[in-house]
Structures are given as C-alpha cells and as structure tokens.
Design a protein around this ligand. Structure first.
Ligand SMILES: [Zn+2]
Length: 158
C-alpha cells in the first residue's frame, strides 16, 4: 500500500495502470473536462518497490506486530483500549523504537508506570523485535489524518 498525490493518481488512471475503488467528493478541472478525484486505487499489476522495504515504526504497526494484544497480560483488546508502552521508560531516556516500544492495555501500562519490566515484575510475553514483515494489513504510512474511507482498506476484511 502506498499513498500517492492526486496528480499521480490521475496519471496512473489515464495510463490504465489502476482501477478506482473509491472516489473523493472533490473534483479536478482541466479546461475541457472535470474529474472526480480518486481516493482508493488498486494497481492492476504489482509494481515492485524500489525503496528498501523496512517497515515504518509507528503506533499502528506496533499494534499489528503485537497482534493487538497487551504484551504484559497477554490479552487481546480493541484498538481504542491499547496504548504504547516504553519498555525502558521514556522518562529515563528510553527511545521510541521497535525494540523499546510494545503494545500494552491501559491497565498494565498504568500498573507498570515508570519502571522497567524487571522492576515492575511484569515480564514481556515476547521480545520486542523489529518485524521483517507484517500481515497483509501492514500499513506503510502512519498518518492519523487519513480520510475515513481509507480505514476499510487499512484495517479491513479478514
Ligand atoms: Zn495488559
């Protein structure tokens, strides 16, 4: 998945490389024609990415890596019940990285507070590692401002 701007989206469409699954409610005008701007495209052919395929570190991708389950109590939660926990507390210099941030439920996050898992006696269910891949739901961008219609494609359909 990839975000492209609307000009690129229209070019891909004119070149017949994509089909349009959803439209925005805004239009682009050329001197002779008006186009409804596409919101969600599907590539007709898979185009190999030339970028390195490192998975972006961000909230959504951490939740995905951890299967939406708290890494302390092991239970699965609704997205809105989840938080990110710094294994080595941020207040003590712990960074935001794949190896120092895990998914935690609100309760465990609060209980652990500003302590390490050892201090809190709350061992992690599995080590925090940088993922080499994520399930097909992988989100390769982490924009909280995504249009609502994108959510179906980002979180959808198992
Ligand atoms: Zn928990």
């Amino acid at each position: 998945m990839k975000v492209v701007d609307w000009r690129k989206a229209l070019i891909l469409w004119f070149q017949d490389k994509v089909e349009i699954l959803e439209f925005h409610t805004v239009f682009a005008r050329s001197p002779s024609e008006t186009f409804r701007l596409p919101s969600v495209l599907r590539l007709k052919r898979y185009i190999r990415s030339t970028h390195n395929n490192k998975i972006r570190f961000c909230r959504e991708n951490v939740y995905l890596r951890d299967d939406y389950s708290c890494q302390y109590c092991g239970n699965e939660f609704e997205r809105k019940e989840l938080t990110l926990d710094h294994i080595f507390p941020a207040s003590k210099g712990g960074g935001k990285s794949w190896t120092n941030v895990v998914t935690a439920c609100r309760k465990c996050n609060q209980k652990k507070g500003n302590r390490t898992p050892e201090q809190a006696r709350m061992p992690l269910k599995k080590p925090a590692l940088e993922p080499e891949w994520l399930p097909q739901k992988e989100i390769s961008f982490c924009d909280q401002e995504s249009p609502p219609v994108w959510l179906n494609y980002l979180f959808g359909h198992d």
